[in-house]
Design a protein around this ligand. Structure first.
Ligand code: NAD
Length: 248
């Protein structure tokens, strides 16, 4: 696969999980990576490992992102959190926060990056959505709504960016082995009073054809291909990586 030497990449939520794996995969191809995260120590550790730059940013502080300009060639909107609750108990502020983090902040970062990308006639935007960007699950109102919103943003960006050499795509993982899912497994084990392995075998993976979690590196390999010159005709697309979960 092709070289990304000389390209600037910005990955949000890159101190951990899928974002850190994406940062590593892009750096391995030669990109200069900015590791953006609210977790300063985590971002600095990943940046130091890759010879990249750490950017401490709270993506919920959306007004601070309104005047931003970015000289990034590759933008990976990855930061995200999960919250599980029935709608009637869902705290409105929590709902708003998930939409700010997973829809409004990506919109503002895209908005900040497009002038540079348009100026050089090349850019790659990859949005880390989820199978929940395409299908719903109960008790995940904000997450499902936000990821569906991110899909819409990604497609509009593809349509506007296409004539300027900018592609925009979503990646839709199933359950990936990261701290976010570890917490979900622990919470469900406690809620149902069952061992964590049973949460995997009897709840999370029952509809999966390949009975294991996705690895962050597998998602990162797809992201770095979408960021490459070879994927220049791939835009407005959603790439599911869920071990067959949504084929059922
Ligand atoms: P993770 O918890 O390992 O990492 C998320 C990162 O986002 C953390 O480093 C965290 O500090 C950062 N972050 C959270 N709030 C932030 C804020 N306000 N400002 C800046 N950074 C912030 O999670 P992950 O599993 O790697 O998830 C990454 C993305 O992948 C998310 O968008 C998630 O929805 C998506 N996703 C995850 C899975 C999965 O199973 N893990 C599946 C599908 C999609």
């Amino acid at each position: 696969m092709s070289d990304l030497t000389g390209r600037n990449a910005l990955v949000t939520g890159a101190a951990s999980g899928i974002g850190a794996a994406c940062a590593r995969a892009l750096a391995a191809r030669g990109a200069r990576v900015t590791v953006a995260d609210i977790d300063t120590a985590g971002a600095e550790a990943v940046a130091a490992e890759l010879g990249g730059t750490a950017w401490t940013v709270d993506l919920l502080d959306v007004t601070a992102l309104e005047d931003l300009t970015l000289d990034t060639d590759i933008l990976v909107n990855n930061a995200g959190v999960q919250h599980i609750s029935p709608i009637q108990d869902f705290a409105p502020q929590r709902f708003r926060h998930l939409l700010m983090l997973m829809v409004e902040a990506p919109f503002l970062l895209v908005r900040a990056a497009l002038p540079h990308m348009y100026g050089q006639g090349w850019g790659r935007i990859v949005n880390i959505s989820s199978v929940h960007g395409l299908r719903a699950s109960p008790f995940k109102a904000a997450y499902v709504t936000a990821k569906h919103g991110l899909e819409g943003l990604s497609k509009v960006t593809a349509l506007e960016g296409g004539p300027h050499g900018v592609t925009s795509n979503c990646v839709n993982p199933g359950y990936v082995r990261t701290p976010l899912v570890d917490k979900q497994i622990a919470d469900q084990a406690e809620a149902h009073g069952i061992p964590e392995q049973d949460v995997l075998d009897k709840i999370l993976l029952t509809e999966s054809a390949i009975k294991r979690l996705v690895e962050p590196d597998e998602v990162a390999a797809l992201v770095s291909w979408l960021a490459s010159p070879e994927a220049g005709m791939v835009t407005g697309a959603a790439y599911t990586m869920d071990g067959g979960w949504s084929a059922r």
